[in-house]
Ligand binder design. Structure first.
Ligand code: CU
Length: 153
């Protein structure tokens, strides 16, 4: 029974390699459907959250607790176009994503549910007028788990 085990290792190796190549949002199975939208743009803009993607892009924001106990959104400064989607992904800890301030007259999305399983995601559609917004994790906002979102048309 060596062969099946070898095949499993090969399959895992391929999966890891694929995940590494598109680390922006390939790590959750739920992301698969949306990844075909703009793989090239994401590859070139990897880690560059300030690069404004085309409308409809998925922008991953990781909510995580570091080993030193601090809590962060990574990135904490996000630029997006109206119509884009923020995909909040849990690293470690328990966090939510809540846009608390923004353009006058904007209808802000409701506070997100708490993400508790590493890798769990929640999509937030940015049906918001251009402007500056603030987001936070509600239980950790006072500890600095906040961020800014710039929406462009
Ligand atoms: Cu939090």
């Amino acid at each position: 029974m060596k062969l099946p085990k070898t095949n499993l290792f090969l399959a895992l190796g391929v999966a890891v390699a694929l995940a590494a190549c598109s680390s922006e949002n390939a790590t959750s199975a739920g992301a698969a459907a949306d990844q075909t939208a703009a793989p090239a743009a994401e590859a070139s803009a990897a880690e560059a959250s300030s690069a404004a993607p085309a409308s409809g892009n998925v922008i991953e924001v990781v909510a995580t607790t570091e080993s030193d106990g601090t809590n962060h959104f990574v990135p904490s400064q996000v630029t997006a176009k109206r119509g884009d989607i923020i995909r909040v992904k849990l690293g470690t800890g328990v966090h939510n994503f809540h846009i608390t301030e923004g353009q006058a007259g904007a209808t802000l999305p409701a506070a997100g549910a708490f993400l508790q399983l590493p890798g769990q995601t929640e999509d937030v559609a940015l049906d918001l007028p251009a402007g500056e917004y603030k987001f936070q994790c509600d239980p950790h906002a006072a500890l600095g788990m906040t961020g800014t979102l710039t929406v462009t048309e």
